[in-house]
Design a protein around this ligand. Structure first.
Ligand code: SAH
Length: 463
């Protein structure tokens, strides 16, 4: 090991930083997290450093006497001879030194940090492949929830109580494993510190009595698994059972914990879907069995997703639940086709509307939807496409207003049909799309010609 990792307590120490530019500012920004005092020496010093209350600045050149009494020296100048001198003088005085970007002048180097204080992870490639170290860091950042630090703080508050309660080392380890991998941790990640503490106390008082179910109502986004949130992925990987429907893509289902039980509750071709009330009830029943239940929904659960109804019954029965937002189809489809939903020149507002025909009629505020300078997005509108176009024209929106239909947005089978209110229904009839599809109406649609960065197949008729 070329560099041995040690964690350095600096809170009561002073560090010397030679240099007052951008690089020095970055190092100071990092170092001050340790609570140390910082002395900065440089002929010119950026205001961001000079105004930093943790820094004592002196506007002059480096003097070797500056090193005396310091715990660490950082040289962050772009003058090679100064860096060399700072390094040599520090070494001569036995004070650890770091010179930015010059490993041969360094005794210590700065790692990449994942900071979940008091949990801290330091990563280095020993200066050999900094990009690799950064990519490891990014991976860790994405899998370790930001609130891990709160979990560590909670554990430290209860350390003595747990020690008293469980005398054997094995019992203690087993206890902490349950706490850190179970409901207590989930409460912390969801920001419910009080419940976490309550639950932890209960587990200390009555170990073995902590079987609690919970429901995660999670938005899976429009299809591309890369559009999942970190939180969605984490909950997907710890569920015992998952309820999903047609809108959740296979690529996303592949990311659910492998041995989780899978229950399909969507519509099969020509069959009926599981009635909504049954789904609601099933969530309650499964959670009562002590399971971690994942209700995975396409897009965002609170946009045309009946998410509100599903958690209503849970709330009524006092079952804990969390809701994780997802990227809704309108956002996914518009970005992946290069159609901005708003634009300073063309649309100052956007509306999300359901085009679902319950009884064959579409009761929508047509005159509002037909007004110019806005984008209207229709979910579930394919069956009613012709009616939608006709109604908008009847209520005054110009017949040559651009309109797009996006099939399976953000997936490899994404396709785009572009026309006008007058032409799109025919275009779609000639070449029928596959569900799910989304309709976008407004001048912004024409921007796809320049901005369609994904390059999916486009069928156009704007005549
Ligand atoms: N909660 C979901 C919407 C559910 S309603 C969300 O926030 O996106 C179902 C409708 O969403 C479909 O009929 C279709 O209009 C739209 N939709 C969902 N995913 C889509 C996708 N990948 N491409 C196009 N439309 C999609």
């Amino acid at each position: 090991m070329q560099y041995f990792p040690l964690f350095h307590k600096l809170s009561d120490k002073t560090i010397l930083v030679v240099g007052g530019g951008d690089i020095a500012a970055r190092k100071i920004h990092l170092l001050q997290r340790s609570g140390c005092r910082i002395q900065v020496v440089a002929p010119s010093i950026l205001p961001v450093i000079a105004n930093n209350p943790n820094c004592h600045c002196e506007w002059r050149v480096f003097d070797p006497a500056d090193i005396d009494g310091k715990a660490l020296v950082v040289s962050a100048t772009d003058i090679e001879s100064v860096n060399q001198r700072v390094s040599a003088e520090s070494r001569a005085r036995g004070v650890l030194v770091n010179v930015v970007d010059s490993p041969e002048l360094c005794d210590v180097i700065f790692p990449s940090l994942v900071d979940r204080d008091p949990l801290i992870i330091a990563i280095t490639s020993s200066g050999q492949a900094p990009v690799l170290a950064r990519s490891v860091r990014a991976k860790l950042e994405s899998t370790i929830p930001a609130s891990y630090g709160h979990l560590a703080q909670l554990a430290s508050r209860f350390r003595n109580a747990v020690k008293k309660r469980f005398t054997s080392l094995d019992d203690r380890r087993y206890f902490w494993e349950k706490v850190l991998g179970g409901t207590v941790a989930e409460h912390v990640y969801a920001g419910r510190m009080e419940q976490a503490e309550h639950q932890l106390k209960a587990m200390i008082d009555a170990p073995g009595d902590e079987q609690h179910g919970e429901v995660y109502l999670v938005g899976a986004g429009p299809g591309d698994p890369d559009l999942l949130t970190f939180k969605a992925l984490r909950l997907m990987q710890q569920a015992d059972v998952v309820l999903y429907d047609r809108l959740v893509s296979d690529a996303i289902m592949d990311l659910v914990r492998r041995d989780a039980e899978r229950l399909y509750v969507g519509k099969q071709r020509s069959e009926h879907a599981v009635p909504q009330q049954d789904i609601n009830q099933r969530l309650v029943d499964l959670a009562r069995e002590g399971k971690k239940v994942l209700r995975l929904k396409g897009g965002d659960p609170f946009i045309f997703g009946r998410g509100g109804e599903e958690i209503d019954l849970l709330a009524e029965h006092g079952i804990p639940f969390q809701v994780v937002p997802g990227i809704t189809a309108a956002s996914g489809c518009s970005t992946y086709t290069g159609i901005p939903l708003t634009h300073r020149d063309y649309a100052q507002s956007v509306r999300f509307v359901t085009g679902h025909l319950k009884d064959g009629s579409l009761n929508l505020p047509w005159s509002e939807l037909a007004s110019p300078q806005q984008t209207v997005v229709f979910y579930m509108g394919l069956m009613g496409l012709e009616k939608i176009c006709n109604k908008l024209i009847q209520h005054g929106r110009s017949a040559d207003t651009p309109i797009a239909l996006v099939q399976k947005g953000t997936t490899p089978e994404q396709r785009l049909w572009v026309g006008t209110l007058a032409t799109l229904p025919d275009l779609v009839r000639e070449d029928p799309p596959q569900a799910p599809t989304l309709i976008i109406v407004g001048e912004v649609v024409s921007l796809h010609e320049r901005l369609n960065w994904v390059g999916s197949t486009v069928t156009v008729n704007q005549a």
